[in-house]
Every structure is written in C-alpha cells, then in structure tokens.
Design a protein around this ligand. Sequence first.
Ligand code: RP5
Length: 176
Amino acid sequence: MSEEIEVLREDAQQEALPLVGIVMGSQSDWETMRHAAERLTELEVSFECRIVSAHRTPDRLAEYARSARERGLQVVIAGAGGAAHLPGMVSAWTTLPVLGVPVESHALKGMDSLLSIVQMPGGVPVGTLAIGKAGAINAALLAASILSLNDAALATRLETWRAMQTAAVADKPEES
Ligand code: RP5
C-alpha cells in the first residue's frame, strides 16, 4: 500500500468514533506508541491518540479517564516512561480495560517504567505489556482481541494478520 493511501486510511480511522484510546505521558513517547497506532490502523480498529501526563497534566488525565466509557471508548492503551504512573491512574478513574506499555527510559532502560506499571495494588488492574515497541504492538493486538469478542469481522482480520505474520517467517536465515 502506498504511503499516501496509508496516511488517508489512518486519518479516516482516527475520525471514526474511536473504540481505543491511546494515551501517552509525553510527545517523547510517540516513537514507541506509534507502533500501537500502526497495528490498529492495519486491523481497521478506530482509535484516538492523546498526550495525557499523570504528573504534568493531572486534571487532563482525570477528565480523560473519567469520561472514556461514556465517550464510547472500550479499551485504553496507556504508555509512559520513568515514574510511569499514567496507566495506573487511568485505571484508578475507569473500569475499562487498561493496557500499560512501559516506554524505554534512558536512565534505566525501561525497568523503572515496567516496575512502575506492573506493580499495581490488587483491585486496580493494568494489563502490563513488554518494554518498548513489542509492548506497544502487543497492546494493540490485545485491544483488538478484546474488541473481537463482539466483532466477528475483526476476529477474522486478526486471524488473517496472524497468518500473514506466520507466512512471513523464513525457513532459513539469510546472509546479512
Ligand atoms: C514520562 O516521562 C513520559 O511518559 C516520558 O516517557 C518520560 C519523559 O518525558 P519527557 O521529559 O521526554 O517529556 O512522564
């Protein structure tokens, strides 16, 4: 698919009523979180992207998370790095499924982000993914998987996506 068509397709999906909210603590997280957006685009799942910082914009966070369900969102993907309180605080304000992506930090390579996100107290869940790009990709696939429980066409698209991934794995390594 050409880059131009891909951009148009992504714009159209972002204009549709979003089912998935992708939030991140900073512009600097976009390099990681764009992988979630790209996978949702491929799977034709509508989404929105917002910068919502637990520390720098706490009121924006509360407003976003508290209104998420009534605005029609069904899953929130939250990515943050360092003292990564965003996913946990989103979960504190909503009972929607919250998927946390630990962004790789410079100082501690994302271990700080991972431990901040994964160690939630019992009663306030965050489904925590891997550090970095893999976590962002899997958060999108999990969000699509959750939505596919009530969307047979999406379930089929997910199966096709997996089959294409399988078909793309070579039998033998090539010389680099
Ligand atoms: C967190 O602090 C953000 O999620 C980001 O990963 C990290 C660094 O933010 P910047 O200083 O780059 O804005 O809140």
